[in-house]
Design a protein around this ligand. Structure first.
Ligand code: WTA
Length: 659
């Protein structure tokens, strides 16, 4: 390193607060600090600002209906269509401008203008109708990052059929569970996709999933692999390309949807083994995705904006598809991995397309750091104006690396805290307003009331850890868990509300995250306080993984915890007791890993499987997960005196260390 660089590194290492660059503030969509006060005073009407970003076929009567908490309703009486908002209304002014720039794993590209998008969305909407999809039918999508995925989502939205996208990396079992849970009779899937240049077959996994569905399923298959895979057509399967060709040129009137009508379902992990079907609505969700894209990601129509998440997760829904397209910008979609064909893939794409914003995950940034700055240095990244992160806490070192080596110290970095349930961003700095503090997400967005409380619901002092709560409703919030209002209340509201009140007016939203707040109102999110772990920014329920492991022949009991991991943030640690007559050997370990991959998918694969005779349990028989976490993290163990079997802890520790 040159002397200058050494000096720069040292300065950055010490600096813990950064002002937004003046050049950014000048052009920012939001740069008025007065917005916080204005929204605070003018709540809930302030959210008209969000609704105003959309086109309503029928105006709403009321901003917020809070007469039946916690079933809040937003923009009641209003009607709109999400597909019309994301496509049709841009045609006049921006029909020839690019809506989606798609970059395939093999380097091939496809460009969809708003006109092109309109054409294909209409043709596929007509196809879905032809197949019998009616308003309110849930259509499942089980596809990787191909353009047909957002097209299918928008086609569903057009005819008022909610979609439920299942991440392509999930297993056949996971697909079946979600299709059964949503009573979904339609599936859009694909033959396969490419990973590291090699075709990866997907259709048989999809078929296996369908065979586990307890009702008939109509499937549409996208041909992604062409001649690389001769996919056997199963009787009754429909070919996407033929459908779209048959319906080419047809137009389907966007169905006016009530603001509170479901736009989509998204399954996410929770404390119990059953994934939760989070319900998002047309008016509230879409306005939230649009408003946060505009205020936080600073999206403008002339931008080329890129979120590198997968559409199979909420981040991709809100910030690849709905937010950016609602604002009429160009959204980049990349099919592949960041290190194929080489570790500069992302930087090459930014350079080629003059990308203006990059929104990615801390786990990716930690990998980039490990690979080294020489990769971004090979490319011109000066088109970038803003950087963002999401999915897990970002450590200050990674933040500063991102700020310096990707942003050239000239782009604000927004660290955005939110979740599947919140629909969009909740806690982050506004990039044109607030100073950034690496490691701390920032203040709640204007109009949000976020407080850090103790178990009694009292606010904790600045600097002390507590539970993050959202005290007032917001438009993007989930409305319920699909067909399970009871679980919705139990999981998010009643249990964690102020003292023992059973008055829903006193309840607050509890996202199951721990956090602390500084004197200046900046919030540092500490991580989940339930049995959910965050592996590479992906939310996994430990109970789901445990039940997969216990399903393996010869396993008597299992406990899963998250152990810290340099790149992934957290990794899956499994502690397993075998049944009598079974050995905890390599074969068993392989069967356990395969069991988890079959039940959930490779993302949940255990990093370590530790066989043990016993698990540390309290006298009442509860597994002490905290101790298992300490062991996984190689930390000093807390108090073990309440254990029924304290000796087991030293035994497990020895095994993890490999002594
Ligand atoms: C975590 C992803 C710290 C958190 C959008 C949350 C974060 C869970 C951040 C939601 C952040 C997300 N800092 N932690 N900036 N963003 N999380 O539903 O624990 O997949 O509850 O939504 O990720 O994950 P989900």
């Amino acid at each position: 390193m040159s002397e200058e660089e050494v000096e720069l590194e040292a300065r950055l290492a010490e600096q813990d607060e950064f002002e937004p660059p003046a050049s950014f503030v000048e052009q920012a969509n939001v740069s008025d600090p007065g917005l916080y006060e204005e929204f605070g005073e003018n709540w809930p009407e302030c959210w008209e600002h969000a609704a105003d970003l959309l086109e309503w076929s029928d105006g709403y009567d009321q901003v917020l209906d809070d007469s039946n908490p916690p079933f809040y309703e937003w923009f009641t009486g209003g009607e709109l269509n999400a597909s019309a908002n994301c496509v049709d209304r841009h045609l006049d002014e921006r029909g020839d401008e690019v809506a989606i720039e798609w970059v395939g794993e093999l380097g091939e590209t496809r460009t969809y203008t708003y006109e092109d998008l309109h054409e294909e969305v209409n043709a596929f909407a007509a196809s879905l109708r032809d197949l019998g999809v009616e308003e309110d039918d849930v259509v499942t999508m089980y596809m990787p990052m191909v353009p047909e995925l957002p097209i299918a989502m928008l086609a569903c939205a057009r005819i008022g059929a909610p979609h439920s996208v299942v991440f392509a990396g999930f297993s056949a079992d996971a697909l079946a569970t979600r299709m059964n849970g949503a009573d979904s009779e339609f599936l859009v899937t694909c033959d396969g996709y490419y990973r590291r240049g090699e075709p990866l077959e997907h259709k048989s996994k999809s078929d296996e999933g369908v065979s586990g569905v307890d009702h008939d399923v109509t499937s549409v298959v996208v041909d992604r692999l062409g001649d690389d895979y001769d996919h056997p057509t199963i009787e009754g399967d429909h070919d996407y390309d033929s459908l779209v060709a048959d319906h080419a040129g047809e137009t389907v009137e966007p169905v006016p949807r009530d603001a509170e009508d479901m736009l989509f379902l998204m399954y996410t992990s929770g404390t119990t083994g059953q994934p939760k079907g989070v319900k998002h609505t047309t008016g509230g969700y879409l306005s939230w995705a649009a408003w946060t894209s505009q205020a936080v990601l600073d999206v403008k129509p002339e931008d080329t904006y890129w979120c590198s998440a997968d559409i199979g997760w909420i981040t991709g829904h809100s910030y690849i598809v709905y937010g950016p397209l609602a604002l009429g910008t160009t959204t980049v979609m990349y099919e592949g991995t960041p290190d194929y064909p080489d570790k500069d893939r992302l930087w090459e794409i930014i350079d080629d397309y003059d990308v203006t914003q990059l929104y990615t995950a801390p786990t990716a940034i930690r990998s980039f750091m490990k690979w080294g700055k020489e990769y971004p240095e090979k490319h011109d990244l000066s088109s970038l104006r803003l950087l963002g992160t999401v999915g897990e806490p970002i450590n200050p070192r990674a933040w500063k690396w991102y700020y310096k080596h990707i942003g050239g110290e000239d782009c604000p970095v927004v660290d955005t805290w939110w979740q599947t349930e919140t629909g969009g961003m909740m806690v982050t700095t506004l990039p044109g307003v607030g100073n950034m503090k690496p490691g701390s997400a920032g203040p709640p967005l204007p109009g949000l009331d976020v407080q850090i409380v103790d178990t009694k619901g009292e606010q904790v002092e600045a600097g002390r850890a507590g539970y993050l709560t959202v005290q007032k409703p917001w438009p993007g919030m989930l409305r319920t868990l699909y067909k399970n209002d009871e679980r919705f209340i139990e999981e998010y509201w009643a249990e964690y509300s102020d003292t023992d009140s059973d008055d829903p007016d006193d309840w607050v939203y509890f996202p199951e995250d721990g956090a602390k707040i500084d004197d200046d109102g900046y919030i540092t999110v500490l991580g989940r306080v339930d049995d959910v772990i965050n592996v590479s920014g992906h939310r996994l329920g430990t109970m789901e993984i445990e039940s997969a492991i216990v399903g393996v022949e010869g396993v008597a009991e299992a406990a899963v915890v998250g152990g810290t991991h340099d790149i992934k943030g957290e990794a899956v640690y499994a502690y397993v007791i075998t049944e009598d007559g079974y050995e905890g050997d390599d074969d068993m370990r392989e069967r356990i890993v395969a069991g988890v991959e079959d039940a959930i998918g490779p993302i949940a694969r255990p990093e370590q499987v530790v066989f043990t005779e016993e698990l540390p349990k309290t006298r009442s028989g509860k597994i002490m997960r905290r101790l298992l976490e300490d062991i996984a993290n190689g930390e000093e163990l807390g108090n073990t005196s309440t254990l029924r079997n304290p000796d087991v802890v030293t035994e497990i520790e020895r095994k993890v260390k490999g002594d």
